[in-house]
Design a protein around this ligand. Structure first.
Ligand SMILES: [Zn+2]
Ligand SMILES: [Zn+2]
Length: 307
């Protein structure tokens, strides 16, 4: 299927289209838990070496799942998606499930893992690539992925990988699983990016990365995060670094904490770690953050957070 706004009329989107307000609790037959598994939390470029073992070097990729998950729900295809793909291929129960990858935006560090995502090489495998939210500055989602995989840049082209890709640009809220509703909200970032909110029963999670609030916190984002059980928020910089990186599209850990506090968030996970910040540096940042907000941790690769 080609990418376009009318692709939103696909059976997939029609089936997932949500007419109720996203905050309205849905009835669930199983427990309300939502689990987030972090496969990549490094910002900008992958890093490796013994200095990065503790927090990990793979770029942004998270798995969202629950007991009744009939699909595999992934946000962003940074280099962390490679390990997730290997895990899916080894697990019989996961291997058969349709895969949905939603993108916050399309900067390199959020898409570069896709050519190394093993399930995409399975012939006929159904993989939906989604960009939720209105006012997306793109109208051809397929090109976003096919151009970086042109022969000049990569040996295998997107159309030759094997998977049956579907490219969807839904304007409205969707259901990721039968009981999990996803909403997107545009925020400030070069080229624009979107925060995602997942609501399942009474539980909610917000993923808000690659955001530059500016001198003051974006009140619309604080509203979007309001009352979340878990917020994963960009914290690439220290406050001092932020002052020297205006326009790079990121937040300081102090801003992330302030956002969580104003929004009344229950747990905060800081992500998109700067590639120059090694384990020792990040451990100190985490200590400082926990002085400011006790329910706060820095994201680590392979960490699971349950709410
Ligand atoms: Zn990024
Ligand atoms: Zn970005």
């Amino acid at each position: 299927m080609t990418a376009s706004r009318h692709a939103a009329k696909s059976a997939f989107v029609e089936a997932l289209r949500l007419r109720e307000h996203f905050d309205r609790p849905l009835k669930t037959n199983v427990n309300d838990e939502i689990r987030v598994v972090i496969y990549g939390c490094r910002g900008s470029i992958p890093v490796n070496g013994t200095d990065f073992d503790q927090f990990g070097g793979s770029t942004t990729c998270i798995l969202i799942t629950s007991d009744d998950a009939v699909n595999i729900g992934i946000i962003d295809a940074g280099t962390g998606i490679r390990n997730l793909g290997r895990k899916i291929m080894k697990d019989e129960t996961l291997r058969e499930k349709p895969i949905f990858i939603a993108f916050t935006h399309f900067h390199w560090d959020h898409i570069q893992g896709l050519p190394f995502f093993e399930p995409a090489y399975v012939k006929g495998k159904k993989i939906s690539l989604l960009a939720l939210g209105r006012e997306r500055p793109i109208d051809d989602l397929e090109r976003v992925f096919s151009v970086p995989m042109q022969r000049e840049y990569f040996p295998v082209q997107l159309s030759d990988m094997g998977a049956n890709f579907e490219f969807v640009l839904p304007d409205e809220n969707i259901r990721l699983f039968p009981t999990t509703v996803v909403t997107a909200h545009k925020h400030q970032h070069p080229g624009s990016a979107y925060s995602y909110r997942f609501v399942r029963g009474e539980k909610s999670i917000v993923f808000c990365t690659d955001i530059e609030h500016g001198a003051n916190l974006d009140p619309a984002i604080v509203d979007f995060c309001r009352g979340a059980d878990l917020l994963l928020h960009d914290a690439q910089y220290t406050p001092k670094e932020l002052a020297n990186h205006r326009g790079w599209g990121h937040s300081s850990y102090e801003q992330a904490i302030e956002c969580a506090r104003l929004a009344g968030v229950k747990k905060l996970v800081l992500t998109h770690h700067d590639p120059n910040h090694n384990d020792a540096f990040l451990a100190k940042v985490e200590e400082r953050c926990q002085e400011l907000l006790p329910n706060c941790v820095l994201a680590r690769e392979n960490m699971t957070v349950v709410v």
